[in-house]
Ligand binder design. Sequence first.
Ligand code: URP
Ligand code: ZN
Ligand code: ZN
Length: 462
Amino acid sequence: MRIVRGGTVVESNWSAPADLVIDDGKVVALLAPGTSVDESAEVIDATGKLVMPGGVDPHCHVGFTSGEFTSLDSYLECTTAAVFGGTTTIVDFAIPRPGQSPLDAAEKQRAKAGEGLCDSALHACVVEWDETTGGQLATMAAAGIRTVKMFTTYAGETMANEHTILNTMQATRDLGGMVIIHCESDAIVADAQNSAAATDDIDASHMSRTRPELAETASVAAILAIAESQDAPVYFVHQSTSAAVELVVDARKRGVVAFTEAVAHHLTLDDTAYAGAEPERFVCCPPLRPAGIVEGLGRQLFTGNITTIGSDHCCYDTAQKRSHRHDVRHMPNGLPGVETRLPVVFSHYVAGSGLAPSRFVELTATNPARTNGLYPRKGSLMPGSDADIAIWDPELEWTVTSDELHMATDYTPYEGRRLRGKPVTVLVGGRVVVDGGRLIDPTPHGRHLPAAPLDFSGAFRM
Ligand code: URP
Ligand code: ZN
Ligand code: ZN
């Protein structure tokens, strides 16, 4: 038995001084501060700290192959970095390679869960509907893989057409699942890329021009219409503008069950990065937006309109990012971020702008657990939940440097950034895995987490 004493426990809808009792990997009691317990219990002193549920990263690509590139981390590497950053559950993607079935991709990716330092869940992915797809989705749902990633862009790779998207929405709706979707109109993107290429403006410094905001909003509107026509829930990954979020908000008012994910880099970095010395290190889709758009997106954290914050972690290194930097159409897209997601958002929005710690927990742990059928096992510290705990020092000031991070890459988009707040002790399943910047327990105990059928009929705030 362990007791976390003296801290302020932060749940998604309350925070208060409390002691937390852990036994057999679970939280077993929340007690008034100082309540006496079994004397043999090991005490973890959390005086002056915030005691939060470990983060749940709803959008994390591990060893992801796209085109000629594979991102560089294993489950062990990704989850080690995650835990150092206060995240204790990741949700990865099983993206089929050309010719591979969604089910085969899911089975292969799920088999890696045991290599993780922490637990993981999986999103399936459908690219093209055929007569076997419904059966494959049913098999995956029975194994607890209920969320299905789709793309309206990346033609020739993972883009799905509207028929496939509609069919998949129908099927997932009936299986207690949900389509989660990357929305950028591929036609608008292709046209923007072609016109940029015609004037020789296709290198990484022109990333913004090649993927305009309108490509995102146009696609979100089209997908919302399909979801509405099917009475199917839908979750928009990495929404990068307030305008895209507002489309989702309007649809909710019409009764559509629709969720918005923002990712840490769209909330804390802007497009001035493309004018810097190494723009290729910031190439991601959708791209980083102008500062005014970032500010507008950030305001939506306070309105309640954004449901979750993910990382969209893609662990490419500088050599991979550099290799096609003269033509963004051939570059690996995505930024490393599983380790920095929580600290950069905490520093910017909680320490810097007054976002309530409870809302931070809601966005980064509780709601990601809810939208993935993992709540209340994950994303909560109420008795019965897994004892995955991030103990934060909210005042600790530190500087981000890739040398001291644990992701399997040689850079971070936040190099040199000064942050306030850091997870100092992280428990996974009741075991202290990270303490004071050191890995205490490197033993992989990762489990694949089956998602429960999704039920959004309750009072889940969106
Ligand atoms: O740039 C990104 N986001 N790369 C990862 C794949 C995706 O679109 O999520
Ligand atoms: Zn995406
Ligand atoms: Zn992604």
